[in-house]
Design a protein around this ligand. Structure first.
Ligand SMILES: Cc1cc2nc3c(=O)[nH]c(=O)nc-3n(C[C@H](O)[C@H](O)[C@H](O)COP(=O)(O)OP(=O)(O)OC[C@H]3O[C@@H](n4cnc5c(N)ncnc54)[C@H](O)[C@@H]3O)c2cc1C
Length: 555
């Protein structure tokens, strides 16, 4: 079969866009197959507020056609998740980069060394089945890529990493956007109880921003601010090279032969099955889709706690908990974006004398009632009729919310595999999440959540929902976050990892598996800045390999 493209990229979100820009600029003829809409989007400033109800259904996977299943342990029945609150995977060019909040924090240096950092705690009997490993790269290896990513996104604040200890290779671009009024009030309360507060680092601005690729992103007419998305940041630069071809196509298999990727099988817009061959494939479909496509394609050994294996192992995400309450008086909000908030990293890394492992970040969004399901009235107020109307009036503008993101510890029994019962609309097995909360998660939430409550109380607010609570069982029906990590992790050793430190598959050379699927652990900060930085690292390795291949072809 004649080779049509040098590179096929599966998925058009942040990971796919970074790889495409680097590859196209280096002269690789690149085809992007994206299962959602693709036409007429490049350069647009469109995005959707991160709340499921404001996102058009065409931008989210149709859970009737394709979803994942969940079971809490190997003795339970799995169920297909047909209503998604958390894990809002994106669909269409731009991916979840059109849904995200733009919070863009670096992982702190210890985040790449979790196993070493928590060694003392990992020796405790309750940590017996924890499956921690250090990353094969450290903070210093990725620092320059972080700097590049921040310049791309226009991130203007540092998130508490002291520059004397951790010098930056590039100055921060952009202008800080400041805090919303409620966030500022809660920041004052947090400082008063001894917590360090830093403005949220974010890919958001109140004026147009031109990135180092020369692409200017404008304001979104609906929301009045500008958010970096793959559409207004990277895709215009890739398209301008003339080497980019973007098509709507749903990839079903990665083709490989004798340990090398050779192309993909996909359904085109009309539903017809097609095969496209290429020298390289970059799988950029987001964590769950990356792992599923590897399993469906028979690339790498599937993991199970009984038999071992690699693909699906080290699955993690973030614990999301929040304290909610009501301020004594209404605060008229000045901000229009969640990014105008603050974060605190005092619990990241976690305390080594604690009864749990893992770091956590406290954060207050610039807007309340936007992405969390915050109450509009206290739980004990009447829920209907005149009493409810009175309560709504009395509490208008007073709702307050303090949240946390906690590291989910990889564990022998938390993993991804193919479901043995449920299939998608094309007849392929769905991905199964084997996951439930552990006591470790509850202990972390009890400790850090107490601070969330304390911040509200210090601000004079009531606490209508304590931050120390985690639901009895894990579910993805309510929004917490969409930060799934692991399953195709990077490592130095092909016996314990799925991809090498440049994210190239050990089992099918020429295949790059790019995204948070490569994270061996899930440090507390939001993942996307690290996804972008790692994608750049992977893309440069891919381009280096293609140049080497071209030179040997011409010799
Ligand atoms: C509501 C919300 C808020 C968020 N806020 C933040 C935040 O503030 N900060 C932060 O760091 N992170 C945030 N995130 C997470 C962030 O959006 C993701 O980490 C990031 O977008 C992942 O990029 P990606 O390219 O790996 O995947 P995606 O953006 O999901 O892109 C993958 C693309 O691949 C396509 N695809 C998948 N499978 C196939 C297939 N088989 N064939 C063809 N195409 C396929 C999908 O349609 C999709 O467009 C948020 C996420 C959500 C949903």
């Amino acid at each position: 079969m004649a080779r049509q493209y040098d590179l096929v990229i599966v998925g058009g979100g942040w990971a796919g866009a970074v790889v495409a820009e680097e590859a196209c600029r280096s002269g690789l003829r690149t085809l992007v197959l994206e299962k959602g809409e693709t036409a007429g989007l490049i350069g647009s400033n469109v995005f959707y507020r991160p709340r499921a109800s404001s996102i058009p259904s065409k931008r989210l996977p149709d859970p009737v056609q394709e979803t994942f299943t969940l079971r809490h342990d190997s003795r339970s029945q799995s169920f297909p998740m047909r209503s998604l609150g958390a894990f809002l995977a994106g669909r269409g060019l731009g991916g979840a980069g059109l849904l995200w909040g733009g919070i863009s924090a670096r992982f702190h240096p210890h985040g790449f060394r979790s196993k070493s950092a928590y060694r003392v705690l990992l020796e405790r009997p309750w940590a017996k089945d924890f499956d921690y490993s250090d990353w094969p790269i450290g903070y210093d290896d990725i620092e320059a890529d972080y700097g590049w990513a921040e310049a791309l996104l226009g991130v203007a604040t540092t998130d508490g990493l002291p520059s004397e200890r951790y010098p930056r290779s590039r100055p921060l671009p952009g202008k800080p956007i400041g805090m919303g009024r409620k966030a500022a009030l809660l920041a004052e309360a947090a400082s008063a109880i001894g917590l360090n507060v830093t403005e949220m680092p974010a890919a958001v601005s109140f004026e147009p921003y031109t990135n180092p690729l020369g692409i200017t992103r404008g304001l979104n007419g609906r929301y009045g601010y500008s958010l970096a998305t793959p559409l207004n940041t990277l895709w215009p630069a890739a398209a301008a090279t003339g080497n980019l071809d973007v098509q709507t196509g749903h990839v079903h298999r990665i083709l490989h032969q004798s340990g090398r990727a050779t192309g993909v099988v996909y359904s085109d817009e009309t539903g017809e099955r097609r095969t496209v061959s290429s020298q390289f494939v970059a799988l950029c479909g987001w964590t769950l889709n990356n792992v599923r496509l590897l399993l469906l394609s028979g690339i790498g050994t599937p993991y199970s706690p009984e038999s071992g294996g690699r693909v699906g192992r080290f699955y993690a995400n973030h614990i999301g908990a929040s304290a909610q309450g009501f301020l004594p008086a209404p605060v008229r909000e000045a901000s229009s974006t969640n990014a105008a908030g603050w974060a605190n990293s005092d619990f990241d890394p976690g305390d080594l004398s604690a009864d749990h492992v893992g770091g956590a970040r406290i954060h207050v969004p610039g807007l309340t009632n936007l992405w969390r399901e915050s109450p509009t009235v206290p739980g004990d107020a009447p829920q209907w009729g005149a009493g409810w109307q009175e309560a709504i009036k009395a509490h208008a503008g007073r709702a307050a919310n303090v949240g946390m993101l906690g590291e989910v510890v990889p564990h022998r029994h938390r993993y991804l595999d193919l479901d043995t019962t449920y299939r998608d609309a094309w007849g392929d097995p769905l991905l199964r999440l084997n996951f439930d909360w552990l006591d470790n998660d509850r202990r972390m939430v009890r400790k850090v959540g107490a601070k969330l409550d304390a911040i509200l109380r210090q601000a004079g607010a009531s606490v209508s929902k304590s931050g120390t609570e985690l639901p009895d069982r894990y579910d993805t029906v309510h929004y917490t976050n969409s930060h799934a990590t692991g399953g195709a992790v990077m490592g130095e050793d092909p016996a314990t990892s799925v991809v090498d430190p440049d994210l190239q598959s050990w089992d099918a050379r020429g295949l790059w598996v790019v995204g948070a699927s490569a994270f061996p652990t899930s440090p507390a900060p939001n993942p996307t800045l690290t996804v972008i930085a790692l994608a750049r690292r992977a893309a440069r390795a891919l381009v280096r390999q293609s140049v080497g291949a071209r030179m040997s072809e011409t010799v």
